[in-house]
Design a protein around this ligand. Structure first.
Ligand code: ZN
Length: 375
């Protein structure tokens, strides 16, 4: 049986039987709730996210995989407090995006996708380009001229066509939208199977903690696919009666460009206008998230919130993580800075189980890191 899309805009329900990225009404789509899996259904022999394949809304086996998922969860001391760091930076392309990409492309290939394109500030672009190469799909990636050089090089190395677009991030998206007549817009921000992939983060944390639920999860957040994936995953695990408590989810943003923080501060249910500025955390500098309402709702429902990290906190956090053996890009370092803020104001206590998700590897942004650390 094929999965069902639901449109929050017009209420339509449609079967996921062909490659689409949004509803005919223009709204984004969501996947109908999944049935999840019980711990006895985990494919324990798979050292990848495919150990949870029985919970995924796919028809058959993975169509493309590079061994993504089942990333290390390591305990370190942060300001004297024990914390679990989830090393999503150790994915095949060096960022958490591979969870979403492997599942999204597996679905799209199942339903007959041809050439694809995508717009990205870097990490999603390198992930989509890499998996397209692995699957033999022609691929074009639109990137902003300001994207870190390492990410652009990573995309080019896959053989994908790289289109560097000058101007704002919005101009990059518009270039990708203008190409929808030529190839399929495999947008990780729009296509809901991407979140079907990121939900495996919830399963993995649950299993790696010995089938326990953490108290807090901090995630660097641009569009919110990890927040929505975590919510979906824990919904499913709870639905199967495996857990009775839920983690608080904290979306971490760079204060200089913080769409969710602006809405949160205003007490709004949806998007509010704000003035975006420059930040070293390029991976989360999102001006207009697609699923603002859903992400804010997930954060409120979890009892968590949004943390806006001052720009001056990013370099010290990056340095402190590096000294723990955790070399990450500035975007990921915001999560360490946010943890300090939440520990200082008493939101998080030392006795709680706290997860800090490190979303991207430092090797992706060595130029920027060199500037921040003065090396
Ligand atoms: Zn619709």
């Amino acid at each position: 049986m094929s999965a069902l899309y639901h449109c929050p805009g017009c209420g339509a329900n449609l079967p996921a039987t062909r490659p689409i990225w949004r509803c005919a009404c223009g709204s984004h789509l969501s996947l109908a709730p999944g049935s999840g899996l019980a711990r006895s259904e985990i494919a324990g022999g798979e050292a990848s996210l495919w150990r949870y394949r029985h919970a995924l809304a796919l028809q058959g086996p993975p169509r493309v995989s590079l061994g993504e998922g089942w990333t290390p969860l390591v305990e370190r001391s942060w300001e004297g407090v024990p914390v679990h760091f989830k090393l999503e930076s150790q994915m095949p392309t060096g960022s958490f995006k591979d969870r979403g990409t492997a599942v999204m492309l597996s679905h799209l290939i199942e339903v007959g996708v041809g050439p694809i394109h995508e717009d990205s500030s870097g990490n999603a672009g390198s992930s989509i380009a890499t998996y397209a190469a692995a699957a033999g799909l022609p691929c074009r990636i639109y990137v902003p001229a300001t994207a870190p050089r390492g990410k652009i090089v990573q995309i080019a190395a896959t053989g994908a066509e790289v289109c560097v677009i000058p101007g704002t991030r919005q101009a990059v998206t518009e270039a990708a939208l203008a190409a929808i007549g030529e190839s399929f817009y495999a947008s990780h921000n729009w296509q809901p199977f991407f979140i079907e992939g990121t939900k495996t983060l919830a399963y993995e944390l649950w299993e790696q903690l010995g089938f326990r639920v953490p108290d807090n999860i901090l995630v660097p957040t641009g569009y919110g696919s990890n927040i929505l994936g975590l919510e979906r995953g824990f919904d499913e695990i709870e639905g199967r009666g495996e857990i009775t408590t839920r983690p608080r989810l904290f979306a971490v943003q760079a204060a200089n460009c913080a769409a969710f923080a602006a809405a949160w501060a205003a007490g709004a249910e949806g998007y509010v206008q704000f003035t975006p500025g420059a930040t070293a955390a390029d991976g989360i500098a999102t001006v207009k998230p697609v699923r603002t309402v859903e992400v804010l709702r997930a954060l409120r429902r979890s009892g968590g919130g949004v943390v806006a990290v001052p720009e001056s906190d990013i370099a010290p956090a990056l340095k402190a993580l590096g000294h723990l053996g955790l070399f990450v890009e500035p975007t990921a370092a915001t999560a360490g800075a946010a943890l300090s803020l939440l520990l200082h104001d008493g939101t998080i206590s030392a006795a709680e189980t706290t997860i800090v998700v490190l979303t991207g590897h430092g090797l992706k942004a060595t130029d920027k890191i060199a500037e921040l650390l003065g090396v």
